[in-house]
Design a protein around this ligand. Structure first.
Ligand code: NDP
Length: 247
């Protein structure tokens, strides 16, 4: 595992948006960030799941969260600008984004991959993340130091057979991280951008991709949180344009 011990108040008073916060790694990251002092904005497409995460944060008496039900497939620029407006009115700035939501698409050869599904995967996993980041950049710039964390994958570095649009989307994610980071000195000097590859983690997406695998052999979302905390907190201020492995 990534070797980092986060101070208990690492994210005290920080405002952090987590996408796909209703389930899997995103849910655990949102609760972990709240446990380290952050006010988390929970974005996802299933309101009931977001409400359960909200309630869990409330029950633990952590900083009160906010809920943003939004399906990244079909969300348009005005949805993201509206979100930016809401965050501005409520909080005045944004200290971090964890781009965690993704869809797997189908596991099939690229030679016969459905182009309609390909576009959908790219929309959810890449385009929506770009537009969301663009919409929120003015608020990120208002923070003293802001961290944008994208979620990559092993197949975002080596495209294994049958990973289709998902692999293409994760390569694109790696490129987007490098572009934001390489352009930051000129445009966004206080905003750093990095990627995390969670590695094989016990979630619904992993079970869908590897149905015959025993989930008990895998790391849990809690196990991989040190890397998520490190990149979101100020201990990683000097890290920009990196892609780190959580395991
Ligand atoms: P899960 O499928 O368990 O959770 C994904 C989350 O994203 C869910 O909350 C889901 O919402 C949300 N989501 C999916 N599509 C949309 C959408 N269109 N709009 C809004 N929210 C959406 O996945 P994991 O937790 O396993 O994965 C999290 C990230 O980690 C992903 O980026 C994935 O690619 C990456 N990853 C995971 C690995 C693993 O082994 N688990 C390995 C490598 C990378 P809902 O619950 O409502 O469906």
């Amino acid at each position: 595992m990534f070797d980092y011990q986060a101070p208990k108040q690492l994210l005290k008073d920080k405002i952090v948006l987590v996408t796909g916060a209703g389930d899997g790694i995103g849910k655990t990251a949102a609760i972990t960030y709240a446990e380290h002092g952050a006010t988390v904005i929970l974005l996802g497409r299933t309101t009931k799941k977001l409400e359960e995460v909200y309630d869990e944060i409330e029950q633990k008496k952590l900083p009160q969260a906010a809920i943003v039900p939004l399906n990244l497939d079909g969300a348009a620029e005005h949805d993201f600008l509206e979100l930016a407006n809401t965050i501005e009115c409520e909080f005045g700035r944004l200290d971090g984004i964890l781009h965690n939501a993704s869809m797997l698409g189908e596991r099939e050869p690229i030679s016969s991959y459905d182009p309609v599904l390909f576009e959908q995967v790219m929309r959810v996993n890449v385009t929506s993340q770009l537009i969301l980041t663009q919409a929120l950049l003015p608020l990120l710039k208002k923070a003293n130091h802001a961290s944008v964390v994208f979620t990559s994958s092993g197949v975002g570095k080596t495209a294994k057979a049958n990973w289709g649009a998902y692999a293409v989307s994760k390569f694109a994610t790696e490129a987007m991280v490098q572009l934001f980071a390489n352009e930051s000195a000129e445009f966004t000097p206080t905003v750093r951008t990095n990627a995390i590859n969670p590695g094989a983690t016990r979630t619904k997406m992993r079970a869908t991709a590897y149905p015959s695998e025993d989930p008990n052999t895998l790391a849990t979302a809690s196990d991989i949180m040190p890397a998520y905390l490190y990149l979101m907190g100020d201990d990683s201020l000097e890290i920009n344009g990196h892609s780190i492995n959580a395991q």
